[in-house]
Design a protein around this ligand. Structure first.
Ligand code: FAD
Ligand code: PHB
Length: 392
């Protein structure tokens, strides 16, 4: 039997950052993770950090490597009909910017900070179940290193991602689910080659969306819209490069650098929200509570925004018995969640080819793209959402 103040399920960005922010306020927690450390540190996912995410990580003392190695971008490119159009993010948002820094690097930095501080972080736990969620002392049961364990806590934080157990532990009928599935997916690759552009390129093409991103001066991250039921085996390297060259081609002969593909994966596209984000003493944060399609680069940033609110609310509750923040947690977070849902849906709808769509759809998409690239008001809408709104 172990006792702690906050039992945190999941050592993704949400769970690890929550543990770190709580420790800074003197609140104890135990983090339980199903996978091993090497696995979570190598998992390639998001890469774009909003200004507010970077500021929070810096203030929390885990931003040193991020500042050394992260790539600060002040603009991005929208490419369609063979031409690129730059959106000047910083000029349109009073100097704000995004930083390209892989999610797994954030995870490595947070794990190092946790272990340096002597905090409890258990990898390879199995069979996590939640109990007594409506009482004063909820418990988390699990197996670790061959023995059955029970963690008694004051609060459980469900940070275990979309496929986790915490959301499912809440009685059926308590949560409302809002969901949309898209009729396409993203094939993502990591290639050992210098990026072919200094900034991200979001490309609309009649064969489907393509995205040029990066991880470092020697690693390029690229994505292609594909069918939701495609298997990576259907995408040999040559086919991927052919398709990327075709979709990203410009009238002025821009060339895409190619190199060995070191990672390949397919991600389904979905919008998903449960409401509320709380049941009794369990609080859901990050992907456990909501999923956005990756087109707006928001998933990780939204997880960070949730745990910022949750850590402050828990800090006030443990220190002063003030429950106002916890009572408002769900409503506070859901305002940002829905803003980001709309933005991600809008970017996704503007940039992808919808199977079965008719020429009318394509005309609307091109008109919207031209409008964003020619109207300062429309470009500002994209820019302020992309770098992250301070107030929602
Ligand atoms: P997660 O990172 O999912 O962390 C949850 C953690 O809980 C994991 O470590 C998991 O192993 C653990 N866990 C799960 N179940 C249990 C259990 N029962 N017991 C204990 N531990 C458990 N966003 C973008 O912006 N751009 C992208 O390109 C992008 N690509 C993505 C690709 C994939 C395949 C996925 C799944 C997501 C992607 N996202 C992307 C979204 C972004 O990565 C997530 O929004 C972000 O990881 C959310 O962090 P989180 O901590 O809430 O959840
Ligand atoms: C990435 O670099 O992985 C990335 C960038 C922008 C997105 C999604 C993913 O919108």
């Amino acid at each position: 039997m172990m006792d702690t103040q906050v039992g945190i399920v999941g050592a993704g960005p949400a769970g690890l950052l929550l543990a770190h922010l709580l420790r800074l306020q003197g609140v104890e927690s135990v983090v339980l993770e199903a996978r091993d450390r090497a696995y979570v540190e190598a998992r390639v996912r998001a890469g774009v950090l909003e200004q507010g995410t970077v500021d929070l990580l810096s203030e929390a003392g885990v931003g040193d490597r991020l500042h050394r190695e992260g790539l600060v971008h002040q603009g991005l490119e929208l490419r369609f009909d063979g031409r690129g159009h730059r959106i000047d993010l910083s000029e349109l948002t009073g100097g704000r910017a995004i930083t390209v820094y892989g999610q797994q690097e954030v995870v490595k930095d947070l794990i190092a900070a946790r272990l340096d501080a002597g905090g409890e972080l258990l990898f390879e736990v199995d069979g996590v179940t939640l109990h007594d969620l409506e009482g004063e002392a909820p418990t988390v049961r699990f197996r670790h290193e061959g023995s059955e364990e029970e963690l008694r806590c004051a609060v459980v934080a469900g940070c275990d991602g979309f496929h986790g157990v915490c959301r499912e532990a809440i009685p059926a009928g308590t949560l409302s689910v809002y969901e949309r599935e898209y009729p396409f997916a993203w094939l993502g690759i990591l290639a050992e080659v210098a990026p072919s552009s200094e900034e991200l390129i979001y490309c609309y093409h009649e064969r489907g969306f393509a995205l040029h991103s990066m991880r470092s001066p020697r690693l390029t991250r690229l994505y292609l819209q594909c069918a939701p039921d495609d298997d990576v085996a259907e995408w040999p390297d040559d086919r991927i490069w052919d398709e990327l060259r075709t979709r990203l081609a410009t009238d002025d002969q821009w060339t895409l650098g190619e190199g060995p593909i070191v990672e390949k994966g397919i991600t389904p596209m979905r919008s998903f929200v449960v409401e509320p984000l709380r049941f009794g003493r369990v609080f859901l944060a990050g992907d456990a509570a909501h999923i956005v399609p990756p087109t707006g680069a928001k998933g990780l940033n939204l997880a960070v925004a949730d745990v910022r609110v949750l850590s402050e609310a828990l800090g006030a509750w443990f220190a002063q018995g003030d429950s106002a923040g916890l009572d408002a947690y769900s409503e506070t977070c859901l305002r940002r969640v829905w803003r980001v849902q709309h933005f991600s849906w809008w970017m996704t709808s503007m940039l992808h080819r919808f199977p079965g769509g008719d020429p009318f759809d394509g005309r609307l998409q091109r008109s919207q793209l031209r409008y964003v690239c020619s109207s300062r008001a429309a470009a500002t809408t994209l820019a302020e959402n992309y770098v992250g709104l301070e107030l929602v």
